[in-house]
Each structure stands twice: as C-alpha cells, then as structure tokens.
Design a protein. Structure first.
Length: 245
C-alpha cells in the first residue's frame, strides 16, 4: 500500500448488496426468516462497522412486513436485544453507538419504550436462570479446564454466572434460544477467537442447529468480516468440533 494512503470505508450501496447476499445465502428455512439480520447486525457491530446498523434497520423497514408501527417496534426490540446481549460478548461501546445510530433514523411514533430487564436483581433466581441456560450450552465434561481457571479467577466466575448468563444471555423473552446462541457465536467469531468459537459452535449444535446450516452461518459471518476488512483465519469450522457435540 502506498505511503499515506487510506482504506476507504464501504458505501451504503455496498452494505445493501451485502445484506441481500447474506439473506439469500442464510439457511432461513431451518433457522427462521428473521434470524439472518440478527447475525448480520451482531457481525457488523462486533466488526467495527456500526455505521451500517441504521442502514440495516432502514433496509428492513422498507418491507411490507414492517409497514405498521407495532411491527417496527417489535423489530426494534429484537435489534435492541441483540445489542444488549452483545454487551456481554464485545463490551458496551460499539453496541451503544449502534443504539444511538438506529435511534437517529427511527420515526418518533416507532420508538419503543419497553424495558426488558426492569427490576432485575443479582439474586438466587437470576443465578439459577443463568445456570439453566449455561447447562444447555455446556456439559460437565467440558468444564474441567474452565473450572480450574475460575478457581483462581473468582471475579470472572461471578461475572459469567451472574451477568453474562444470568443478566444477559438467559433472557430469551425477545429473541429465542437459537437466535440467542447464534448472536453469541457471531459476536465471538467476528473477534477471531478460536477457543470460544469452538465452545459456541458446539453449543449451537447442541441446541439444534444443523451441521450444514451452521457452516453456512459461519460463511455468512465471513462475508461480513470481509466487508469489515477483518481476517477470521484462526477459527475452527463446525466439522472440527463435531466429535465434541
């Protein structure tokens, strides 16, 4: 690259082309018609292209299925819940920026004032709810090394149990089990983290995502990574972890 040259950000038109390509490729028949855009949003935000969050939103609401105020509010709740869950995976700043950007293109009548975690407490009920979801993703045989590490990292054990799973991931009232796990997987994959990607490829298979469908999701995330100028070369494929499922 010549000295002093800069990398140009993708254009809005290129973003829309990406959305169309992912929607066409995504295994929606198996995973649901409204799952592809959650994976796309998670990958864009985790990959540093938060400017395309409102582009995705306006692309979606141009469709007849989102022609009513209530349908748009429902969509906003789903996008917001995806971003809330991403806080536990990638940190708060990028999801927060995406929230502000989406809000900036949201019609006043479409704004949704619901509060999904109002009254939340870090109590025994929360801990149990997090544990139940955690045990859908992991098995006791998976946790020997994790527990060995947590024995000397109590802060991270507490965060995992009470916040990551208790507060964020075990609430599946807005996006369902499958969508939640795919959002988590996407947020991890886009950071090129092989260990945690393997865990959640395995977890996705355990909650019922088919092997071929999961490979296709992986390819869709790679499409977003290319769009963001990122390499995901460290990651395992679903075939690499299939024996652990």
């Amino acid at each position: 690259m010549p000295s002093g040259s800069t990398i140009q950000d993708p254009t809005k038109e290129e973003g829309i082309t990406l959305f169309k390509a992912i929607e066409h490729k995504f295994p929606s028949e198996a995973l649901g018609d409204d799952t592809w855009y959650l994976v796309t949003l998670a990958a864009l935000v985790g990959g540093g292209q938060t400017d395309f969050a409102p582009t995705l939103y306006t692309y979606l609401i141009s469709r007849p299925k989102f022609s009513t105020t209530e349908s748009r509010r429902s969509l906003l709740r789903r996008l917001r819940e995806t971003l809330v869950k991403l806080v536990s995976i990638i940190g708060v700043c990028r999801p927060l920026e995406a929230v502000f950007l989406i809000d900036g293109v949201t019609g006043e009548d479409d704004r949704d004032y619901s509060f999904s975690r109002e009254g939340w407490q870090a109590d025994e009920k929360n801990l149990q709810r997090g544990k139940e979801w955690f045990e859908k993703i992991y098995r006791p045989k998976d946790l020997k090394q994790v527990n060995h590490t947590f024995a000397a990292q109590k802060d991270f054990e507490w965060i995992t149990n009470n916040l990551t799973y208790g507060l964020y991931l075990s609430d599946r009232s807005i996006i369902n089990d499958l969508e939640t796990e795919l959002v988590v997987l996407t947020g991890i994959m886009i950071q090129n983290l092989p260990r945690e990607t393997g865990w959640h490829l395995r977890g996705s298979r355990r909650i019922g995502v088919g092997k071929e469908d999961l490979e296709t999701v992986h390819q869709c995330i790679e499409m977003v990574a290319d769009f963001c100028g990122l390499s995901l070369g460290k990651l395992p494929r679903v075939g690499d972890i299939e024996h652990e499922v």
